[in-house]
Design a protein around this ligand. Structure first.
Ligand SMILES: [Zn+2]
Length: 340
C-alpha cells in the first residue's frame, strides 16, 4: 500500500490541557479516570493520552503526530485502540461503528444509542484478550464513562482491574459521581483543571472567536472554554445572549427559536438561575448583571425553575418545536412579570 498522506503538524493544545497531558504522561498507571464538569476538555485530553500511549515516538509533551500509529488514530483505524462511546456520539465525532451496528442503523432497525451498549462493552473485553497488532500497548478509551449503565459497567469491571496482557484504559467523565464506586476505585483519578479567565479568553481567540464575543460567551458557558467555543460554533453572538433576558421579558420567541428545544431550555435555565441569584443576594453566573432586568419574585422564579426541569426531561420528543418555544417563552414571561 502506498502511503499518500502527508504527516500532520502537531496541533496546538490549549495550554492548560498541554500541562495536564505532560503531567499524566509522567505518571504510571494502567487506568485513568479524567473527571470534572463538561467543557473542560475531557474528550480531547483522553484522546491525546491514548494517542501518546500508542505512539511509536512519543515525547514528554505527547504523541509525535508523524508515525504510523498516530496516522492510524487520525483516520480512526488503529487496531490497538478501542473507543467505547454511545453510538449517537460516535457518529457525531466520526468514530466508526462495528459492521453489525452500522447495518442495523442503516436499515433503521433502531436508533443510535445514547448510552454505551453492553454489546460494545463485551466486544471491548474480547479486544482486550486479543494479541496486540503492532505496538507495545493496547488502549481503551471510554467517553463519557457515566453513560455506562450498571450492566455495561459490570461487564468491563474485571478487565479494568486485571487487563489481560498490556492494555491501558482512559475513562473520561463529566459526571463521575454517577459511576459505580467499583469503577472509580479501579482507576487513578485526575480532576480536570479549570483554566483562568485570561487563559480561556486568549484560547477562544486562537480558535477564531472574535474578542468582542469571547467574554460574554465564556460567561454564557459558565466559564467553561470548550462549551463557550461550542456556543460560538453554533452561531451564538454576544449581542444575542446579552439581549436574551429582555427579549424573554418582552415575550419575544425569536430569542430562543434558533436553538434546539434542549438548548432553548438550557438557555432559560441559565436565565432563571441568574435572576434567582440576584433576588437572593447572590451573583449572576451566566449573564452580565447589567443585562439582567429586575424581574420575577423568589416564588415565581423557583416555580419556573421546577417547570424547566420537567421540560428538560421531555424535551427530546417535542410534539411541535414551534409550539414548544412559544409555550416556553410564555411560561418564562409569566415568571418574570410576577410581582411581590
Ligand atoms: Zn506518533
Amino acid at each position: 500500500m502506498t502511503e499518500t498522506t502527508t504527516p500532520q503538524a502537531r496541533p496546538v493544545l490549549s495550554p492548560w490541557l498541554q500541562g495536564q497531558l505532560t503531567t499524566l504522561l509522567e505518571r504510571r498507571g494502567h487506568a485513568w479516570l479524567l473527571q470534572g464538569p463538561s467543557g473542560l476538555g475531557q474528550y480531547t485530553l483522553g484522546l491525546e493520552l491514548a494517542r501518546a500511549w500508542l505512539c511509536e515516538a512519543p515525547t514528554k509533551q505527547g504523541a509525535c503526530y508523524q508515525c504510523r500509529s498516530c496516522h492510524a488514530v487520525d483516520v480512526r483505524t488503529h487496531a490497538d485502540l478501542r473507543t467505547l462511546m454511545p453510538e449517537a456520539l460516535a457518529l457525531e465525532l466520526n468514530w466508526p461503528l462495528d459492521e453489525k451496528t452500522q447495518k442495523d442503523l442503516d436499515d433503521k432497525k433502531r436508533k443510535p444509542s445514547k448510552e454505551i451498549r453492553v454489546e460494545a462493552a463485551r466486544d471491548m473485553v474480547a479486544f482486550s484478550q486479543q494479541t496486540r497488532s503492532g505496538g507495545s500497548t493496547k488502549v481503551v478509551f471510554v467517553y463519557p464513562a457515566e453513560r455506562m449503565n450498571h450492566v455495561t459497567a459490570n461487564t468491563i469491571l474485571k478487565t479494568l482491574e486485571e487487563p489481560p496482557g498490556e492494555c491501558r484504559f482512559v475513562l473520561a467523565s463529566e459526571a463521575a459521581h454517577q459511576l459505580l464506586p467499583t469503577i472509580r476505585s479501579r482507576c487513578q483519578t485526575h480532576t480536570m483543571i479549570w483554566p483562568s479567565e485570561a487563559e480561556s479568553l486568549s484560547w477562544l481567540q486562537t480558535q477564531g472567536v472574535p474578542a468582542a464575543d469571547a467574554a460574554v460567551l465564556l460567561c454564557a458557558a459558565g466559564g467553561r472554554p470548550e462549551d463557550a467555543l461550542d456556543l460560538a460554533n453554533a452561531g451564538l453572538k454576544a449581542a444575542i445572549w446579552a439581549g436574551l433576558p429582555k427579549a424573554v421579558l418582552r415575550g419575544d420567541v425569536g430569542a430562543v427559536s434558533d436553538a434546539t428545544p434542549s438548548q432553548a431550555i438550557a438557555m432559560l435555565q441559565k436565565l432563571c438561575h441568574d435572576l434567582l441569584a440576584l433576588r437572593t443576594g447572590g451573583e449572576p453566573r451566566f449573564f452580565m448583571a447589567a443585562d439582567l432586568p429586575a424581574a420575577g419574585t423568589v416564588n415565581s422564579l423557583t416555580q419556573w425553575s421546577k417547570d424547566l426541569m420537567d421540560a428538560a426531561r421531555t424535551s427530546e420528543h417535542p410534539y411541535n418545536a414551534g409550539l414548544m418555544f412559544e409555550a416556553l417563552v410564555a411560561r418564562a414571561q409569566t415568571a418574570l412579570r410576577a410581582k411581590d
